[in-house]
Design a protein around this ligand. Sequence first.
Ligand code: 2HA
Ligand code: ZN
Length: 275
Amino acid sequence: MKKMDILQAPFVREMVEVTTNLYRLGWDERNGGNISYLLKKEEILPFLDPNEVLRTIPMIFDGSKLAGKYFIVTGSGKYFKNVSAAPTDNLGVVRVSDDGKGVELLWGLTNDAVPTSELPSHFMSHIARLEVDPENRVIMHNHASHLLAMSFTHNLDEKAFTRTLWQMCTECLVVFPEGIGVLPWLVPGTNEIGKATAAKMKETRLVLWPQHGIYGAGKDMDEVFGLIETAEKAAEVYTYVCAQGGIKQTISDENLWTLADAFGVIPKEGYLEER
Ligand code: 2HA
Ligand code: ZN
């Protein structure tokens, strides 16, 4: 059966749209940021023949828990700025090989390009999230400006960092009641940062990489984008609050409990004062 034009595939359109938005927000300068999006086989079949493997690309970690799964990913060294004009050069559809030691390229990543340098963090995070949420499909990393700045000025204790974000916008507690995970500073692109990110991802969909950027996870592009956008907005407000001379009043823990009740969310245990 003749395949349809993959440039019209919903998952390619979503990747183009989100990378373009992220670039415009200023969170993905140069080759900053990367996205991986788990696809169902039936989503790719109208566009690709799964038996036509263009090449196999080795991985430096064990991806066997994702064997046979399909992903669309951004390319290593590729600029989000350029994705919409040339999706085939900057994105790729891959399947994790049966032994978990590589990915089989089915489309894109032309001229011998390879998937994002952060593939260890992405795939280990997918494995961790799928264990706690079988619906999870997207991992997104970017250099959200105010969260990055806040990692220089704010105490990096997870509870303290989460509480400040919750206090900056009323929506925050509702959007990420589990809080935000914070790593120590680590070298990007390594298995070490991949393991550390994935360990946090079992508890929180947001993980801060201090002096670098943010990781987010979600069941679809809107969830993960909205999650990062909400935390980033809180960090932006924090920036203004500090610039305006600091906090004079805030949302009390009592307010936050009332909010949690109203929206049916459970705040991370121990993060709010007992009522
Ligand atoms: O892909 O953002 O963390 C470039 C990066 C590495
Ligand atoms: Zn980065």
